[in-house]
Design a protein around this ligand. Sequence first.
Ligand code: GAP
Length: 513
Amino acid sequence: MCIFVPSKKNIQLDILKNVISHAKEYGFVFPSSDIYDGLSAVYDYGQNGVELKNNIKKYWWKSMVQLHENIVGVDSAIFVHPTTWKASGHIDAFNDPLIDNKDSKKRYRADVLIEEYISKIEVKIEKEIGKASKRFGEDFDKEQFVDTNPRVKEYFSKIKSVSERMNRSLEKEDLEDVKKLIEELQIACPVSGSKNWTDVKQFNLMFSTKIGASADTATELFLRPETAQGIFLNFSNVQKTGRMKIPFGIAQIGKAFRNEIIARQFIFRMREFEQMEMQFFVPPGDQKKWYDTWKEKRMQWHLSLGIEKENYRFHNHEKLAHYADAACDIEFKFPFGFKELEGIHSRTDFDLKSHEKHSGKKIRYFDAQRNESYIPYVIETSIGLDRMFFAVFSHSLKEEKLEDGSSRTVLKLPPHLAPTKVAILPLVKKDGLDEVAKKIANSLKNNMNVSYDEKDAIGRRYRRQDAVGTPYCITVDYDTQKDNTVTFRDRDTMQQKRINIDSIIESVEYSDF
Ligand code: GAP
């Protein structure tokens, strides 16, 4: 008899498929231009998705701007003067190394192929650790095992040598060696299985367009690939008009566009997406201190959502971007493993200095304490809003077995991010219960997002609310008419209690289930 044991990859694929179909079925995320069979790596947010997305934005803005007296916001245009991208280095260096498989005709990012090779070795290490942990039981010392086991040591040294060589070659733009590495590692095309590769070529990720009426006078513009440059261009405007004193920050939420080559994995890598970025301006020499501070602060922001710590980790960059003297990612455990969720970069004075040079305008700050004028250094925190949405959504989606043997699909979103805070449900749609329920719903609308539902049996309505992540349900029944109380149900525990109608707002805001 053949027993099918699903591999880790198959399980991950199933989870991802489940996330995508749930997001569509319940009005969170739709493929863009769905009736024309979609547009690759472009998505629309539906009636529930837009609420969740707006709540994530509010949560970020509140913690970064409202709660920091030295951080202010801007909303800069998507189009900027084209010289911006020359100054920022995007025209010359915002490239991905591409390689094509000659048999499948599929295109890949060469560095991603090598990183996937490394990930496979990491999986092997995890397997060895798992086996040893079972063998030694409680006496297992993971650190000692990793330091001494010959096979694991060999795996680690392979990872080190491969990633060092890849980083070195990419830094030197030695694309011939990147191809050689792919061949030496015998990396095969995931589609055709063949190792018949083209040369590696650089590909610029910016989308270009034209501004102006006639072909001869039109100027080439780029859709911004990051929101950060709009902040740099406004540094002096904000600093002077806001009388800002260093250290201070400028935050922005807005769309960015990249012609991504590998546009897979749902809303993880999109061609049109949103970023939430903050540039923190500090005196030269203080950048390391502030880099460490923002690393810590940003991790705390993620943890304060209540998602368990083991889902996050730092990944310090060895290969630094052209503008950085230190950089790391906060990685999240997505359905397909740990991947970048947010970047924290110490960007030096690269951007402001370069804009000063290209524009011919002084971009300086006079520091009264130091009695000197300088170009500030910058610490940047940059998180993809869509990626944050994906992280929260995929982590919250649970399939639960219930005591009576049935199961439920529940979206355990952090309550303050949920699209709807409370659903008002009349037990039956008659005897005036529906009217009382509608009145309650109307009275709450000014304070929170409310949904009213009177269709189907109450159990089915609870399940519907569970599936869209509504943290609380209020049921109006015959006792409501007698004593002005309602049933208050908690999404996560499914416990219910009676509360007075007058205390609904308080119960939703400060629920103690
Ligand atoms: N200003 C710095 C910057 O843009 P980045 O690491 O290229 O740095 C920052 O991007 C964040 O933007 C990433 O951590 C990710 O969350 C998000 N991001 C980048 N490219 C993306 C894409 N194609 N689709 C969705 N999110 C993306």
